[in-house]
Design a protein around this ligand. Structure first.
Ligand code: C2E
Ligand code: CA
Ligand code: CA
Length: 754
């Protein structure tokens, strides 16, 4: 509602209230007058010589009743009563009004009312008995009673006069002016009836008032409109400023006074200000749109980068950088699928492991470059030969041929029916490999042998199948070089390195056979040592040094890793503690832990070791692989949290990029360090994409506030490449091979001098 409308409404309500109050006063006055009129009419009818003094004096009830009937001419009188001066009621009657009588008259109880009135004497207002609600407004049912005395000219104590003489004497004695009270006549009417009569009398006044009220309201309405119109105009202008186009100028509305002139001036000032602001905002908006456009383009580019990176991660982690063939991981995953399919189709699936034993020799004598070129040529030949072989594959897949280790290739054979077929197919591959290789001007020839294993005859899972082929291969290597050997169980018992390794591992005297070597992590900028990675070594009395890649998987599979790991942890702590007593000690020693080690006992183990050897928070680090997180070893996350937050352990993710490389896990866990796998540095030499990929991983690590360590840096070129990426911690042969505890002080001292 507008302001003017509201004002008109209030004014109208006030006038209405005033009019109603006036009307009420008027009606009340008229009502009182009506009562007076009624009383005086009754009085007039009773004065003068008449039959009422004698009727009352002689207590003549029938005459009294008759008289009461004649006394009630006004139609609203509903009840009347004649009473002797001593209080005796001579007659009382409800007055019947014929056709148009009020329903109120039909009430029962009117007689009781009469008695009530008589016992209480004359009273102005008498309530109806309770429970008798007859009208909407309760006060309408109230009875208004008037009581008029009847005077006699004759002393009522005179008893000598008979009725007629008494009547006559009245007329005579009137002249004397004597007045004796002989009784009362009372009449009653309902308030409602009386009010109606009053209202009828007030009708002209009401009409006048209504007219005056209407005129007043009209005047108020127009007056208000003329007052508020300029304001309304201004409000509309303000609204249009808010929503639509800005007006050029706000005009002064007609009929404006001094204050309107001022308001208009202020509004015009505001419009100008807003126009300037809008111009600026429009400019800003276009600028923002431009920027948003370029941001979204950048985002698109970033998405493309991410997709590319993902593809590259896949390449680096599943393919051999030198030959471009599948690597061990891809081969194992591929085999797992093939073995299932073969089992379902009740077919055989064979693999051949081909060993090119001379590669190492070529590397040593002719250099790595030449060795790599030889490997690449041999790989190409293998691919050609596999394509040409029916037994191996009708339609070979890229992952059917892999380079597992430095000098080991693996080929999948799909169409195997019997062992002989597998052997002859493998023999053809060996022939292809033993043909001399031309590198530059040189012709180099290599010796090779092969081991064959067939699923499900020899194994039912990929690891076992490769292991069986490996057993056959080592048998061929030692018993008939240049030949193909097929796996058999006896061979396994006889030659299985693994079998004996496991036995030796179980029997190992840890303190005598195990020791730790330490490889430093160095800040390439300053040359300072940031930490040392503890690496386990096993010097088996009969075999000599057994590399960790050989015995650690066995320890993990046989449940020995928990005991060995505990030994490593305590040994690393004790070594650090003894270094701390000497002239220099590394700021931190990190220990590798296997998935199987991380349980609640492990937290206890670390706590005790730290206490026993007085290792402070920050001095001990743990390196874990992504599989710990991905395989969701129960409670692993909680244990890691305790280790890091309560014991101050420095946590690193090892070999990042080779496994799941899940950024989600990285950001979910609270970690301190990310170690980029050696494979990336190796691939950088052959693959420009690997450089970008390493760069991306370093950037991600930094973004997540992690210390990024690049592993396996061997050459100055590799070092400067990773330095350019902003890497501040490097580990690799370039700085140092793993060192024994005895060699450490020297190294640390030199590093301190640098
Ligand atoms: P890792 O944790 O990735 O350790 C790094 C490996 O790379 C070490 O091999 C190290 O000697 C080698 N390495 C370091 N720099 C270079 C380099 O510049 N060039 C080359 N070619 N190699 C380099 P290592 O000692 O043979 O250990 C192999 C793996 O065995 C380790 O990989 C780790 O996964 C496992 N391992 C070693 N000690 C332990 C241990 O105490 N506990 C557990 N659970 N695993 C261990
Ligand atoms: Ca490690
Ligand atoms: Ca590593």
């Amino acid at each position: 509602m507008t302001m003017g409308g509201r004002f008109t409404l209030y004014a109208a309500l006030t006038s209405l209230c005033c009019t109603l109050m006036l009307l009420a006063t008027l009606v009340y006055q008229n009502f009182e007058q009506q009562k007076l009129l009624w009383t005086s009419v009754l009085e007039a009818r009773l004065t003068g010589p008449g039959h009422w003094p004698s009727t009352l004096h002689f207590r003549n009830t029938s005459l009294a009743e008759q008289g009461l009937g004649q006394l009630a001419p006004a139609h609203q009188i509903v009840w009347s009563l004649a009473q002797h001066v001593d209080g005796e009621v001579l007659a009382s009657l409800p007055i019947e009004k014929g056709e148009g009588r009020s329903p109120i008259l039909e009430r029962s109880g009117i007689d009781r009312l009469a008695t009530l009135v008589s016992t209480r004497g004359a009273s102005d207002l008498i309530l109806l008995p309770p429970g008798q609600k007859l009208s909407l407004l309760p006060f309408m049912d109230r009875l208004v009673v008037i009581s008029v005395p009847v005077f006699s000219a004759i002393d009522p104590l005179r008893t000598d006069l008979p009725y007629e003489a008494y009547r006559q004497q009245q007329f005579d004695d009137v002249q004397t002016g004597a007045r004796y009270l002989s009784g009362y006549i009372e009449q009653g009417a309902y308030v409602g009836d009386l009010l109606l009569a009053t209202l009828a009398a007030s009708l002209p006044a009401i009409a006048w008032m209504a007219a005056v009220l209407s005129i007043t309201l009209l005047v108020i309405h127009f007056q208000t409109r003329s007052l508020t119109a300029p304001l309304l105009h201004m409000a509309r202008v303000a609204e249009s400023i808010d929503t639509e186009e800005l007006p050029k100028r706000v005009d002064l509305p007609p009929g404006s006074d001094e204050s309107m002139v001022r308001i208009t001036a202020v509004l015009n000032g505001m419009v100008d200000g807003m126009r300037q602001m809008r111009t600026k905002l429009d400019g800003d908006r276009s600028l923002m749109e431009l920027r948003a456009d370029s941001t979204s383009r950048k985002l698109d580019r970033a998405q493309a980068e991410v997709d590319k990176t993902r593809h590259q991660i896949h390449r680096v982690s599943y393919f051999d950088p030198i030959t471009g063939l599948a690597n061990r991981r891809l081969m194992l995953e591929h085999l797992s699928l093939l073995i299932q399919i073969a089992a379902r189709e009740r077919k055989h699936l064979g693999i051949a492991l081909l060993d090119i034993s001379d590669i190492r020799k070529i590397q040593e004598t002719k250099g790595r470059e030449t060795a790599d070129r030889v490997l690449r040529q041999l790989a190409d030949r293998l691919v050609q030969a596999v394509r040409a072989s029916d037994v191996i594959s009708h339609e070979p897949l890229a992952q059917d041929i892999a380079r597992l280790e430095g000098d080991e290739f693996c080929v999948v054979m799909h169409g195997i029916y019997e062992t002989d077929g597998a052997v002859s197919a493998t023999r053809r591959l060996l022939e292809v490999l033993t043909e001399p290789v031309r590198v530059g001007r040189e012709k180099l020839s290599v010796n090779s042998c092969a081991g064959v294993a067939i699923a499900p005859l020899h194994a039912r899972n990929p690891e076992e199948l490769v292991r069986a082929a490996d057993v056959a291969l080592s048998c061929a290597r030692s018993e008939n070089p240049g030949e193909v050997a097929v796996f058999d169980v006896d061979m396994d018992k006889r030659g299985s390195e693994r079998f004996w390794l496991e036995a030796d591992l179980r029997a190992a005297d840890f303190d005598r056979e195990f020791y730790l070597v330490y490889q430093p992590q160095v800040d390439p900028g300053t040359g300072s040592v940031l930490g040392m990675e503890a690496l386990l070594r096993w010097r088996q009395p009969d075999r000599g040094e057994v590399p960790p890649v050989k015995f650690i998987p066995i320890a993990e599979q046989t449940g020995l890793m928990e005991t060995i790991g505990a030994w490593v942890l305590r040994k690393a702590c004790s070594d650090l503690s003894s270094l701390k007593e000497g002239p220099s000690a590394p700021p931190r020693v990190s220990v590798n832990i296997s998935t199987t080690q991380l349980n609640s006992d492990f937290v206890k183990l670390v706590r005790t070791a730290m206490q026993d050897y007085h290792i402070e928070a920050g001095e001990l680090g743990l390196e874990l692989t992504e599989s710990i997180l991905v395989e969701s070893v129960s409670g692993a996350t909680a244990h890691l949290k305790t280790l890091r937050e309560e014991l101050g352990i420095h946590l690193s993710i090892d070999d990042f990029g080779t496994g799941y490389s899940s950024l989600a896990y990285l950001s979910k866990l609270s970690l301190d360090e990310l170690k980029v796998d050696r494979g990336f540095v190796m691939a950088m030499e052959y693959d420009e994409a690997a450089v970008q990929l390493t760069e991306a991983i370093v950037a991600i690590g930094k973004k997540l506030d992690l210390l990024v360590v690049v592993e396996g840096v061997e050459t100055a070129e590799q070092l400067s490449a990773v330095e350019r990426m902003g890497v501040t911690s490097v580990q690799g042969y370039y700085f140092s091979k793993p060192l024994t505890l005895e060699q450490l002080p020297d190294f640390l001292a030199k590093a301190g001098e640098a």
